[in-house]
Design a protein around this ligand. Structure first.
Ligand code: NAD
Length: 523
């Protein structure tokens, strides 16, 4: 690590270094105990891993998708045999409660793997098309494996986020090389060891450990697509690097999920959803409830019930008994949380509960609820990524929508109402990649649901059938259907006669009273 190394092993500024001899040192966030000391992959090593992945991919891509999918079920079964080991590592490495490790990461990964294996043959089957104009030809849209997919991932869900894309990429006939977060590399290395035990081609799934410099080297190593999940600022750099190489990329960036609590919402469910949605994973989730817009008629009741529920939460080291809230993984997030609270209080917000970090050595921030917030405060405008939920009072649906959309980010949005028509209306109006009604977070764990953002939350989608196709190149193949003419009338030579013939055709097809105009489209 460089001299810029942060308290818990991460550089405070800049991408770090991947010079020979550099190491990644990690700590257990709940206790501060040292965890791992790993060699950083140099640029040469990254290139070698990508080259090996490419060779393995060439043999993998020619297997029928049914066979690839069938073999991926071995990975699911092997992961299932190690559920407890994966939960243990996640809980230690992230300081998250074991139930969160199980329900937010291990279970969805097992489910996604089975679902992707089942769906891939259908989702990637060639699609024949009947041509509306050129009746003498037929077309076929094919989904061709792209090659080597780079995955650069963050620290908050260090198993599910990278491994879901590994499974999607492999099912789609590509290879995958993952650069896990330097804060949480262990669980991914464990998943790689489990993968290697299945007999699947080892080089098809590579892992390179390191900081941002190793991520940069990966983008530079001749990859064919990059799936990046992380902060907006880093995403800009990675997208620019991909752009310079004309490599397609998927950007899964920050979130600032609004929760609109309508006048008629089920107050108890809404309060519980806010507490879970704001404080699960200690708020370190791109889908966390980051701001609540509550109708003035229910504002005080909702806030009071949220306060009661927060008072029941147990926080601490998950290794020392049942807790609801675990640690903060990245030490700098404690200072970020403090700055948000200070700024909000200075501008008139009221601390309903929490508001400060707990004494070390573990990294903990109290579950914090802020009342009477407004959009002059950073807590309502920029990503928190910690256990803070700010409340703002609104007078109407229109005001809630305007405020919710007044953001540069658009990942998840939540609506709580008993009125289905209002829910549909709000879902239409809210600017987000996903809108979830009367629930929180669940779309991320839904295998069928394409997940991703709009605005600066990114572009492209992971999960769902769409993720499989997004990781493929589209190849259009055009066949002749009828025996083709030796002399095609639209080819050379261009003559007055051929022009007149084609001009007559244009009139018949598109002119006044033409068939196309009468039926809307031609056939
Ligand atoms: P980050 O951007 O700091 O790091 C993400 C990854 O990028 C890490 O592996 C890091 O080493 C690597 N990296 C850093 N600089 C790089 C560079 N120049 N080139 C290539 N790789 C580089 O993000 P983080 O702090 O690890 O994660 C938190 C952020 O991730 C939050 O903003 C959160 O909203 C976002 N996130 C988004 C989603 C989503 O699906 N949209 C999911 C989880 C987290």
């Amino acid at each position: 690590m460089t001299e810029q190394t942060g308290e818990h092993g991460r550089e405070a500024n800049g991408p770090g270094s991947n010079a020979p001899g550099e190491r990644v040192v990690t700590f257990a966030p709940a206790t501060g105990a040292p965890l791992a000391d790993l060699a950083v992959a140099s640029a040469d090593e990254v290139r070698r891993v990508v080259a090996r992945a490419r060779r393995a991919q060439q043999a993998w891509a020619v297997l029928p998708v049914e066979e690839r999918a069938h073999r991926l079920l071995r990975l699911r079964d092997a992961l299932a045999e190690h559920i407890d080991d994966l939960v243990d590592t996640l809980s230690l490495e992230c300081g998250k409660p074991r139930q969160e490790a199980l329900v937010h990461e291990v279970m969805p990964l097992l489910d996604f793997t089975g679902w992707i294996a089942e769906r891939a043959p259908r989702a990637l089957a060639p699609e024949g098309t009947t041509l509306h104009l050129m009746k003498h030809r037929t077309g076929e849209v094919r989904h061709v494996p792209r090659g080597v997919i780079a995955v650069i991932s963050p620290w908050n869900f260090p198993l599910l986020i990278p491994m879901a894309t590994v499974v999607e990429a492999l099912a789609a006939g590509s290879a995958c090389v993952v650069k896990p977060s330097e804060l949480t590399p262990l669980v991914l290395l464990q998943a790689k060891a489990i993968y290697d035990s299945t007999g699947l081609p080892e080089d098809l799934f590579g892992v390179v450990v390191g900081t941002g410099a190793t991520g940069q080297a990966l983008v530079d190593a001749g990859i064919d697509h990059c799936v990046f999940t992380g902060a907006v600022a880093t995403g800009r750099k990675v997208a620019a690097a991909c752009g310079a190489r004309l490599v397609p990329c998927t950007m899964e960036l920050g979130g600032k999920a609004p929760l609109v609590a309508c006048e008629d919402c089920d107050l108890e469910r809404t309060a519980r959803a806010i507490v879970f949605g704001g404080f699960a994973n200690s708020g370190q989730a791109c889908v966390a409830v980051e701001r609540v817009y509550a109708h003035q008629a229910i504002y005080a009741h909702l806030l009071a019930r949220v306060r009661e529920l927060v008072a029941e939460l147990r926080q601490g080291d998950p290794a020392r008994g049942d807790v609801d809230l675990g640690a903060i993984i990245f030490s700098e997030q404690l200072a970020v949380a403090e700055r948000h609270v200070d700024d909000a209080v200075k501008k008139g917000a009221r601390v309903v509960c929490g508001g400060k970090r707990l004494p070390g050595p573990g990294l903990f921030f109290e579950p914090t609820v802020l009342a009477d917030c407004d959009h002059s405060m950073t807590v309502m405008r920029t990503e928190i990524f910690g256990p803070i939920v700010p409340f703002m009072r609104v007078q109407s649906e229109d005001e809630a929508v305007a405020l919710a959309n007044d953001s540069t980010l658009g990942l998840n949005a939540y609506v709580f109402t008993k009125n289905r028509a209002a829910a549909r209306r709000l879902a239409e109006r809210l600017e987000a990649g996903s809108v979830v009604v009367n629930d929180v977070w669940s779309n991320y764990a839904t295998a069928e649901a394409p997940f991703g953002g709009i605005k600066q939350s990114g572009f492209g989608r992971v999960h769902g059938e769409q993720s499989l196709r997004d990781l493929c190149d589209t190849k259009y193949v055009s066949f002749d259907r009828l025996h083709p003419l030796s002399r095609d009338p639209v080819w050379f030579p261009y003559t007055a006669r051929s022009y007149a013939w084609l001009r007559r055709g244009a009139g018949l097809l598109f002119g006044h009273g033409s068939l196309a105009k009468r039926v809307g489209s031609l056939f």
